[in-house]
Design a protein around this ligand. Structure first.
Ligand SMILES: [Zn+2]
Length: 396
């Protein structure tokens, strides 16, 4: 049973732990009360460490071994089982759990992809709070999911995806509305095919809203995506999705410039083929008509934009702040939030910093061939206790 100690009040009433300063971790590990805690970094092998996973995106879970026990939200545990035979321990949402002696963890919804959480650790010996966000989005809606103003974490490990680009994005709702409004001008039942480009997990709000608005169902082109959708939507799956390409929606899990022409040819019998590309690296809504093909680009992200990030950091107002993206980001965010701290380090290495949007069709074919080879290799490796990482890397 979850303990009901200090952090339980986060969701009920005022909490104000006094500030305690302690040495800063400079490795992918957090040390609390002599226990090693490792988050989203499974290539670091450490005996007796506690491994936590914030969400089911490849760049966060790769390296998981069968022999590990992974702590994650209940949904992330379910999703992880599609890729790894590791043991999992589900941390219930918004309830402090004493997972090690005198250390509590609370999983707080991160508003990133389904199942994503931040981890708030509480050191009951030092009376210190440490918050690790993983990938997250702090918008107006998510601000209401916890009594954030009462969380005074001494250390913050934060997702700074759009810090350097200083991107300011329209809200997710606004972005979806623009897409739906444009679709309304072209959509004809049975004559319009709608393709949403997506990842193995994430951006569900876009295609779910389109499915509801136009009364269509989506066919996920990848078997893995089909599985993740069944796990995420459960009994609601049939309401939004079909397992074969028999309806008007398609979920495509591989980005690629020029791929639109493949869809145009594939669905030549339709009057209109619409391809929707939603990404935070897109600065503004735009569309392009190419004969029967309509391309819609919309700024949409499941990470904080620049302003949301600053709002969040200032609200938490930690003594120490570290980026989970890069050393440079740590310097910038410390300056911006007027924090001074000891030497800065990169907490999580982003191993595959590829801009998938710039991959052309030829390169994509190469990637698919590589993926097939990797899959074969992974089948052998899996027998040796290594997780399959043959997916597209989820960079958002
Ligand atoms: Zn992510």
């Amino acid at each position: 049973m979850p303990k009901t100690l200090h952090t339980a009040t986060l969701y009920q009433s005022n909490l104000s732990l006094s500030s305690f300063f302690s040495p800063t971790p400079q490795t992918p590990k957090i040390l609390i009360n002599n226990q090693t805690i490792i988050i989203d970094e499974f290539s670091t092998r450490c005996e007796n460490a506690f491994y936590f996973l914030t969400h089911f995106h490849t760049d966060h879970y790769q390296g998981v071994l069968k022999s590990m026990t992974v702590y994650a939200s209940p949904l992330t545990c379910e999703l992880l089982k599609t890729k790894s035979k590791c043991s999992t321990t589900a941390i219930p949402l918004k309830q402090p759990v004493e997972f090690a002696r005198k250390i509590l963890v609370t999983a707080i919804p991160a508003n990133h992809c389904p199942g994503s959480v931040m981890f708030l650790f509480e050191d009951l010996v030092k009376k210190e709070l440490i918050l690790a966000t993983g990938d997250f989005k702090f918008d107006k809606e998510s601000a209401e999911c916890a009594n954030w103003e009462h969380i005074r974490a001494q250390k913050l490990y934060v997702d700074t995806t759009y810090l350097q680009a200083k991107s300011i994005l329209i809200s997710q709702n606004e972005s979806i509305k623009q897409v739906v409004d444009k679709l309304k001008t072209v959509f004809k039942p049975n004559r319009t095919k709608i393709i949403c480009q997506t990842y193995a997990v994430g951006k569900e709000r876009i295609f779910q809203r389109i499915a509801e608005e136009f009364n269509i169902k989506f066919y996920p082109t990848s078997a893995h995506r089909l599985n993740t959708l069944k796990i995420i939507y459960k009994e609601q799956f049939d309401k939004y999705f079909v397992a074969t390409d028999t309806d008007l929606g398609v979920l495509d899990v591989m980005y690629g410039t020029g791929k639109e022409n493949v869809f145009k040819n594939m669905y030549n019998s339709f009057e209109k083929v619409v391809v929707i590309h939603a990404t935070g690296w897109q600065s503004k809504f735009s569309f392009e008509q190419r004969g029967k093909l309509l391309l819609i680009n919309t700024p949409y992200s499941e990470h904080c934009d620049y302003q949301e990030l600053l709002n969040f950091c200032k609200m938490i107002n930690p003594d120490e702040i570290y980026s989970i993206i890069s050393e440079q980001d740590t310097k910038v965010i410390q300056q911006l939030t007027k924090q001074t701290g000891p030497k800065i380090d990169t907490w999580i290495s982003k191993k595959n910093n590829i801009n998938l949007q710039e991959i052309n069709l030829a390169e994509q074919e190469e990637i698919l061939k590589e993926a097939a080879k990797r899959k074969q290799r992974n089948e052998k490796l899996q027998k040796l206790d290594v997780v399959d990482i043959s997916d597209v890397v989820d960079l958002e």
